[in-house]
Structures are given as structure tokens and as C-alpha cells.
Write a protein that binds this ligand. Structure first.
Ligand SMILES: [Zn+2]
Length: 258
């Protein structure tokens, strides 16, 4: 069986991250929206089960699966939704239908993945020209923390969305040698990829801030994004890389603006 319930193997840090992201005050998800995952040893990963709530998650709300089998589904053009649904079953608990989004991120080298539907961001992923609105950062910290997000137009959750996210991440990996830190899903939500739980939380928080800044900019006039080359410099500068390393380890409250 591809997925099994193994609560003793689910890291406490994954449960804690999931609960923080699910906090209603953060407005990132409601009800059973959103999911988190982390890479485990032996090419396995833990991902949130289908139908469970993030804000009250415990170790029993996750299932453990094998990456290789799911990557094969992503890369096998003949696999269909019925085959995926069958693979996601884990006894009485089923892995999230969005599991392939996590598999695509983990396959590209992410250690931690958080997928949420923040109200502030989804609203600005559901407007005409959303891709253009997010094509360049509006302020330096956005560039530093988010880098260049990958864009995936709306696709039905399941195998179609999984394949499109996989293709977008692979394209960026081939171009830059590293996966994107953030994937924007049109009319849907965001996927944060990181080396630590703190990093995916930081990326999620900054994506919400970036959405709010866009909303303010749009209400005041026409947004004037940073020059893309300057944004790339900010995202890649050694001192900014050091700041990102700090963000991976600690809460963000003491970070200084550039
Ligand atoms: Zn979703």
C-alpha cells in the first residue's frame, strides 16, 4: 500500500506548523482547506490526510507515503485520476487529493511544503491579469523572501493540478538550478517550499503581505513593480542569502528591512 497511517513517525514540528497555519486568526484556510508535508527518511514523506482540519491537527491526521511511486504517477502520461485516487487510499484514512502538489515540491528538493488558500492572496489570484499582477515584486522584502514565484493557471485539483505544478517547478529547476520558493495557483492558493518549517511559514506570511500591498497599491493607483533585474539581485545577494538563512531558523519579528 502506498500510504499508511504511522502517527509515531509524524514529526511534532509538522503538527505544530500545521496548527499555526490553520489558526483562524491567520485567515490562511478554513474548514478542511490546506495541507502540509515533510520529507522523512527512506524516500518517504508525511502529508495531511484528506478531510482533516489544520487548526486542530494531530499526528493521526497525517499519512506516510513513498515518494518514488507518486513521482512515477506524475511522470506517467497514462496514469489517470482513478489510479491516483486508488493510490491515495490508506486504509480508513486517505491522503489529501492535493498530495501530488506536495510530491512535485518534494521531488524538486523541498524538505517542507505548505499549501494554503489565504483569503488576501486568493482574491488577487482570481482577477483578470492575475499572472501579470504577480510577475514582479512590489517591495524589496517580497523579492528577498519569495524570490520569483512560479505561476500555474487554474487546474482541477488532483492529477491535472499535480502535473501542472510539477511541470512549473521542473521548468524553474532546469532554469535556475533550484526550485521556486513559492508557487502561485490561479483561482486557488499558494504552495510554499522550504528547507525548514520556519521557512515555509515565513514564505506564506510574506505572500499574504505581498497580496495586501497589491490590494493597497491597486486601490491607490497603478502598481509600479520593482525592476525584475533588481528583484533578482535582491533575491540572490549574499547578504540577503544570509537573511534568508536566518529566516529558516527563527521567527521573523526581528528582521530588518533592507
Ligand atoms: Zn488547495
Amino acid at each position: 500500500m502506498t500510504f499508511t497511517a504511522r502517527p509515531t513517525e509524524v514529526p511534532d514540528e509538522l503538527v505544530a506548523l500545521t496548527r499555526r497555519l490553520g489558526d483562524p486568526a491567520a485567515d490562511l484556510v478554513v474548514l478542511a482547506e490546506g495541507n502540509t508535508s515533510v520529507r522523512l527518511d527512506d524516500d518517504r514523506f508525511a502529508v495531511k490526510a484528506s478531510g482533516s482540519r489544520m487548526d486542530v491537527a494531530d499526528a493521526a491526521d497525517f499519512v506516510v507515503g513513498e515518494l518514488a511511486e507518486l513521482i512515477a504517477v506524475l511522470e506517467d502520461g497514462a496514469a489517470d485520476q482513478a489510479e491516483l485516487t486508488c493510490l491515495l487510499s490508506a486504509g480508513v484514512t486517505r491522503a489529501s487529493i492535493e498530495t501530488l502538489v506536495h510530491v512535485a515540491a518534494l521531488a524538486a528538493g523541498a524538505e517542507w511544503v505548505a499549501h494554503t488558500h489565504p483569503t488576501a492572496v486568493v482574491g488577487l489570484l482570481a482577477v483578470t491579469d492575475a499572472e501579470a499582477l504577480w510577475s514582479a515584486p512590489l517591495f524589496p522584502d517580497e523579492a528577498v523572501v519569495l524570490g520569483e514565484p512560479a505561476w500555474v493557471p487554474y487546474a482541477a485539483p488532483g492529477i491535472t493540478l499535480g502535473r501542472r505544478v510539477h511541470a512549473a517547478i521542473r521548468e524553474r529547476l532546469d532554469r535556475d538550478g533550484v526550485p521556486p520558493r513559492l508557487v502561485l495557483l490561479g483561482n486557488h492558493g499558494i504552495v510554499a517550499l522550504g528547507a525548514t518549517a520556519a521557512e515555509v511559514e515565513t514564505i506564506t506570511t510574506m505572500a499574504v503581505k505581498a497580496a495586501r500591498v497589491r490590494a493597497v497599491a491597486l486601490s491607490a493607483g497603478t502598481p509600479a513593480p520593482l525592476d525584475v533585474r533588481h528583484a533578482r539581485e535582491l533575491a540572490g545577494r549574499p547578504d540577503e542569502a544570509a537573511r534568508r538563512a536566518l529566516l529558516r531558523r527563527s521567527p521573523t519579528r526581528s528582521q530588518e528591512a533592507p
